[in-house]
Design a protein around this ligand. Sequence first.
Ligand SMILES: Nc1ncnc2c1ncn2[C@@H]1O[C@H](COP(=O)(O)OP(=O)(O)O)[C@@H](O)[C@H]1O
Ligand SMILES: [Mg+2]
Length: 424
Amino acid sequence: MKIAIVGGGGREHALAWKIKQSPLCDNLFCLPGNAGTAEIATNIDISAEDLDGVVGFCKEKAIDLVAIGPENPLADGIVDRLSEVGIKAFGPSKKAAQLEASKSFTKDFLKKYNIPTAEYETFTSFEDAKAYIEKKGAPIVVKADGLAAGKGVTVAKTKEEAIKALKSIFIEKRFGEAGNRVVIEEFLEGEEASFLVFSDGENILPMIAAQDHKPIYNNDEGPNTGGMGSYAPAPIVDENLKQYIIDNIMKKAIDGMKKEEAPYKGVLYAGLMIKDKKPYVLEFNCRFGDPETQAILPLLKSDIVQIMLATIEGNLNKYSLSWKEGYAVGVVLASGGYPLSYEKGKPIIGLDKIVELDDVIVFHAGTKLKDGQILTNGGRVLNVVGMDKDFRTAQEKAYNAIKFIHFDRMHYRTDIGNKAYKYL
Ligand SMILES: Nc1ncnc2c1ncn2[C@@H]1O[C@H](COP(=O)(O)OP(=O)(O)O)[C@@H](O)[C@H]1O
Ligand SMILES: [Mg+2]
């Protein structure tokens, strides 16, 4: 089969790495890909957000299967567009992608189908929202309704902070149309986990639970980023909790979307807050997580292409997922200045040394190849993943490998995975 991956981050390199191992994959393209995908696939210089470009390329090359990484093209209807021209596309339709693209849609959906989530109200006016915050007090969480590249949520410790967030959304229009509505919700104290399933609209196949690390510094301090590291399986989700999440969240969501006449196909990702051993949905994402995917896929034994085809064809019930024993811990190496402004184009050295290490994979995120040299090309540059049957050894393998890698002003968290120890 000819397969194309849309996107160019760490998640897409992990997808390319996994898809490439399938006996069903003859030819692999990445649109646009990065220096890592260039080693295993053909990069095509078309942006993930250029729907005409993506559809045109896939038609011209008679691509058999397209896997979409990021949320924006999904929310813009890339799967509908590809399906219309007879190309199999892995991911939800535009209608189903609302589960990520509109937080107010999702909160109403969760309430309607009795899926556990924080109490909330939705507002379209600054004055009404402000009055609600005055009434409820802090801590409180303010969320822009639409896609905001992970920057639309403020967990406010004071009323003043919440009102400031509200002003930036409604009055300063920081997120444009994505801020036409605001969800204000109850603050939930607890620990987060990411739970992803494959779904064909009816059946689900759960993946192993993972945990992301959003803040830039150790101990979850500093501003949020796209994610500074991840590990899987996350032992906070034990067998009981896993079954509860499957029955009370994931299955209910898939059944609900079917009832809403927006059957959900692809990967459904629940961002959960675990409070007193009970999970609450903070949000859904309509795609693989980045950086969770970089820790999940190295442990997946099953053929991902077969699973992707089954989600599209609606026969996921014929398959199961099998997993390698042990853990994967992935650490993100970021550019100096990230998550604020950062420089690009710094040479990366030491990647050749990693190839010789056992149980270590480096997934590229913001990298590019220029005149045979690999340069930094984004805020998150590399994901270094260590694997082992023992959690601590997996973590050590990742951090030992990082010692070989260097680029100017490279920085990373040194505590990725530490949260797991209390459950091991
Ligand atoms: N109700 C809540 N209580 C506590 N923290 C929350 C709540 N909702 C969101 N958060 C925090 O804010 C982060 C971002 O919120 P989320 O809904 O996942 O939006 P997005 O990923 O689109 O920015 C979460 O990962 C979590 O840390
Ligand atoms: Mg989130």
